[in-house]
Ligand binder design. Structure first.
Ligand code: OOG
Ligand code: NI
Length: 266
């Protein structure tokens, strides 16, 4: 699949799960095109759907593998991919380390995955949920892993897009973007502070709290945290080029943008 088609399909799906994103584009870009730094995808670490299975899909679209990241407490592993064309967003993809969870979580996820014909291909990544799920199942997963619950409720789609502040006219810092968003009434993820990272780690990030969106469960419709928008500012390395990697301690808090109540977390 060509990379422009991939991103326009991902974006169209994402807007339905992050209705704020369109308004944020208006606030920050005034209708001008906005360059995205990266998108984030989530998956399960099965042989069919995990990071290794997905890698050829990205390589076929012109990406090469960048850094690898581990989130011990959340039981996740992630990688990022960079495109040959610097205007094409990077991809940050994580996988849930299923074997580290309880038998009941593993059985629930196995039940879900039996209902789909898992093929690692570009179109899978904006195809949404492929299984039935009750709200009780969702809450059971939520008690153990917010990530497992989110991925089970929403399936395969962009969890967030990320505005590249370096390429955004009229703004020079995450703090300025945050101030503009708060003026317009958007709620920010304050887990670990509104600004994650620092010039010392060459990356500063912030994010909105996920929009609550009505999701169809087997037992009715419930509004739950869906997708969010992120903002990133990158600093130059010793050779003058901008740092292109991610920062585990910051990413750990960005994941929490889909937590209900991440605006109150410390
Ligand atoms: C990914 C969180 C990490 C970043 O930019 O550090 C991340 C996720 O929430 O799926 O996107
Ligand atoms: Ni991100």
């Amino acid at each position: 699949m060509n990379v422009e088609h991939f991103f326009s399909a991902l974006w169209a799906d994402y807007l339905k799960h992050a209705p704020s994103a369109g308004r944020i584009h208006q606030v920050l870009g005034g209708g001008q095109p906005i360059v995205n730094d990266h998108i984030a995808l989530r998956s399960f670490n099965t042989p069919q759907l995990g990071l290794d299975a997905m890698e050829p899909v990205f390589v076929a679209m012109g990406y090469r593998r960048g850094g690898e990241y581990v989130f011990k407490a959340k039981k996740l592993k992630a990688r990022h991919y960079e495109h040959a064309d610097p205007h094409v967003p990077k991809i940050f993809i994580s996988e849930l380390l299923l074997e580290q969870f309880s038998a009941s979580l593993q059985q629930q996820v196995a039940r879900q995955l039996r209902q789909m014909d898992a093929t690692a291909e570009a179109a899978l990544l904006y195809s949404g949920r492929h299984w039935r799920l009750s709200h009780a199942d969702y809450q059971g997963l939520l008690a153990e892993s917010e990530y497992a619950a989110w991925l089970s409720a929403f399936g395969f789609r962009a969890n967030h897009f990320t505005v590249s502040i370096n390429q955004l006219a009229g703004y020079d810092s995450v703090a300025q973007v945050n101030a503009a968003l708060k003026r317009e009434g958007f709620a920010l993820n304050s887990a670990g502070g509104e600004i994650k990272g620092s010039p010392a780690v060459m990356l500063e990030q912030s994010s909105t709290l996920a929009d609550r969106v009505a999701v169809e469960f087997d037992d009715g419709e419930f509004a739950i945290p869906a997708c969010f928008y992120e903002f990133a500012y990158r600093y130059p390395q010793a050779d003058g080029s901008l740092y292109q990697g991610f920062v585990e301690a910051s990413a750990d808090k960005i994941f929490e943008s889909t937590h209900a109540g991440a605006d109150k977390a410390g």
